[in-house]
Design a protein around this ligand. Structure first.
Ligand SMILES: *Cc1c(COP(=O)(O)O)cnc(C)c1O
Length: 310
């Protein structure tokens, strides 16, 4: 049996020492070469395929740590605000742990299949009017009133778990890539990669998180976050790595999403293509070794394919 994320990286996860781990087989995801896009872009491109995680996104890496700790600490349940994937992950790991999960979403903002994932494992969904920030505030109130553990990316255990993706990349490539690109929603994952690379390799690749120009209403629903909560840490990582946030348009995201599906056969969700869009916009120089993190599975939002007219 392959080791759980917590077993594989136990030395880096002191918060799980002596804690029974809640696992669904997360982590150890494929690092896929992307020969056609590499040729087109004149770089050596690798895709970190996070859609291969148990609930279909990288959120599972942090959730195994956060939910294991919540249960060990005696929390009766977990609560989070979500654009969909955090919800699907929290719900599944809570079910596995035998504790409750309450999910707060902004009305109409989460893809239907992500909410189906939540309901399928028995979590409670609360819809609130407004934006992700309103849902987040409501989740804090619930955590306070019910004694639930809050498992948004402000939960440090989640960031710790997400660092393991950087560890896997360094181990598999035998060192740091020159560049890492990934979508930038709240910035928790950018922060986690930066910490992970520093912890294992003592240095950073050039980081290029890609945000939607239209943060408020982008078709890439997983990064539809107006006010990125980890903005300061992301800016710090830009200075330290010599990188920069890349802002991409709806058309650029759509074209990148089309390219990674049609040219590499990898069906990620639209938000995941933001990092590819950053590369088409020139984030990497010729010959550089680049890892692009494909954060979530395309089956998360199949209707998006129809909307994009394939
Ligand atoms: C959560 C998520 C993101 C955004 O990650 P942040 O840590 O909020 O920047 C991007 N893509 C997918 C598929 C996600 O689920």
């Amino acid at each position: 049996m392959r080791p759980s994320l917590a077993e594989r990286w136990a030395d880096h996860l002191p918060q799980l020492a002596g804690v029974p781990v809640v696992t669904l087989g997360e982590g150890s995801t494929p690092l896929l070469p992307a020969p056609r896009l590499s040729e087109r872009l004149g770089i050596e491109l690798w895709l970190k395929w996070e859609g291969a995680n148990p609930t279909g996104s990288f959120k599972d890496r942090g959730m195994t740590v956060a939910v294991s700790r919540a249960r060990a600490d005696g929390a009766p349940g977990v609560v989070c605000a979500s654009t969909g994937n955090t919800a699907a992950s929290a719900a599944a790991y809570a079910a596995r742990a035998g504790i409750e999960a309450t999910i707060v979403v902004a009305e109409g903002a989460a893809a239907a299949s992500k909410l189906a994932q939540v309901r399928a494992v028995g979590a409670r969904v609360v819809e609130v009017p407004g934006t992700f920030s309103d849902a987040y505030d409501a989740s804090l109130g619930l955590a306070e009133r019910e004694g639930f553990a809050q498992v948004n990316s402000t939960n440090e255990h989640r960031i710790a778990g997400q660092m393991t993706a950087a560890f896997e990349i360094v181990e598999e490539l035998g060192g740091l890539p020159d560049v890492l690109t990934l979508p930038y929603g709240g910035g928790g994952n950018t922060k986690a990669y930066a910490r992970g690379f520093l912890a294992l390799a003592g240095a950073l690749p050039r980081l290029h998180p890609a945000q939607a120009e239209r943060r408020a209403d982008t078709a890439a629903s997983a990064i539809r976050i107006v006010d990125p909560i980890h903005r300061h840490e992301v800016e710090e990582a830009m200075v330290r790595s010599g990188g920069a946030v890349v802002t991409v348009s709806e058309e650029e995201i759509a074209a990148a999403w089309h390219a990674v599906r049609h040219e590499e056969g990898v069906f990620c969700e639209p938000a995941s293509a933001a990092g590819i869009a950053a590369l088409f916009a020139g984030a990497a120089r010729p010959g550089e070794r680049v890892v692009c993190v494909l954060t979530g599975h395309g089956l998360k939002d199949p209707a998006a394919v129809e909307r994009a007219a394939a």
